[in-house]
Design a protein around this ligand. Sequence first.
Ligand code: GLC
Length: 533
Amino acid sequence: MSIPWYHKTSIYHIYPRSFLDSNGDGIGDIQGIIQKLDHIRDLGFEAIWSSPFFSSPQADFGYDVSDYKSISPEFGTLDDAFQLIEEVHKRGMHIIFDLVLNHTSDEHPWFKESRSSRNNPKADWYIWRDKPNNWNSMTGGNGWHYAKERGQYYWCSFLSFQPDLNWRNPEVKQTMFDIARFWLQKGVDGFRLDIFNTIYKDAEFRNNPFTFKLAPTPDDPSGYFQKAQYSQDQPESFELAKELRQVTEEYGERLTVGEITAKRNIVRKFAGEEENDGLTLAFDFEMLEFKFTAEYFRKLIADIETHFHPPFMPVYVFSNLDKRRSIHRLGDDVRKAKLLHMLQLTVRGVPCMYYGEEIGMSNLKLPFNTALDPIPHKYTFAPRFIFDMLDITVNRDEVRTPMQWNTEKNAGFSTAEKTWLPVHPNYIHVNVESESKDEDSLLNTIKSLMKFRNENSAIKEGSFEFIDGFPANVLGFKRSLNGQTFLVLLNFDEAAKDVHLKFEKTVFRLTVQDEAQGETAHLNGFGGLILTA
Ligand code: GLC
């Protein structure tokens, strides 16, 4: 049985402000993305997700929308967005837009109207209360903010300028569904859904209970000594996943991928109970804090396979716009990054790669007090080393620096004197042009892995089974489809390892020292092999 395209695709995530600046203002834009579509196609990715470029005061760089049907001028025009859709399709790829359904900007005309009085036509479009309850926002601190015009408080799951919409108001729901339809009609192939599990809150606004948990983690939004029991994961949000699935399917097979910060069983519930009739995909963020050992990945994959067995499909993602870049977690060791991506591109799941991850772009350490990202300004009271010790990226500017295309001015990202964020100084050697010329680069390794994936449906959609009994720190699994079986061997150890198994022939080697003969596979330190069975 053939599986839908969105379960065998591969996603390249663009942060549009930082991808390519086509008009020299120091900010990336839609025409810039269009100019670089061939880079993404040549890498082998089949789908592109762009972070938002809709009209917005840019207080949270596009995650604060003030009009969902127009484009912020620094990114271009509606025609540019339509052209982007067309150009992506011309190359046989899919395009996914980022939909922020939970909240708007406080500069959205709906909010301005809603705030103006207690009895205007939009009075009930946001969440208004005479008295706040004890809920904390996801970024820490009280999430209720006072509006003197109404003498009431409005609720913000995220930051104070991102008021939450009231989804219990049918007009709101209808309007947001129609916005989705507007873009689907224009040809968009699906949506990444921002903080999807916070959309509904408890109808009675019960206080959240106490917990000892200090900070939210990728698998649990509870933190700041509060369990997020009534402010997240409400039953109506699971229903919404199904309703939204129906809206998108009015236009055929469309991808929906939810940003869900929750335990794996809850993430799965957003995709459906028995059938995959909710969101088609959901991010699983535990792995953003991966440990580089075979044991860690063995456990992770086993648990993912338990929850996301067919007909569900997991997503494998190691970097995004909010968390540390994957190579940074690996101490900037390119050998380790190659192995990590070999796992990502051969395991059963949809891989999602963040722009620049293919060349090994790393975090750029930047001070909190001059950050453009609003979050670090809430935390300037605490010494930086505490966050570093806890491995938390508070200043998201550090993972959003301009894409490194070549060794020219601003790494080829922009001709401006000053780019919106500084370019990482390592662009001199970490850039697309230099790495394309080096056969052994991370970029070329990812390219050949993608090619292998795209040419072999057993990797894209085949079954998954662990191969056990290997030496410590070696991970092995089988991918099979229609009588074809691949054996994938990954050595997470610095030391070389020999593995005994029966196989037919070698079809992929990660390093030149990886080789298999007779019944022995020799894996180099951080090496990897794909064999046929
Ligand atoms: C998501 C986005 C993040 C944004 C937030 C509020 O977590 O990934 O960048 O700031 O939602 O919309």
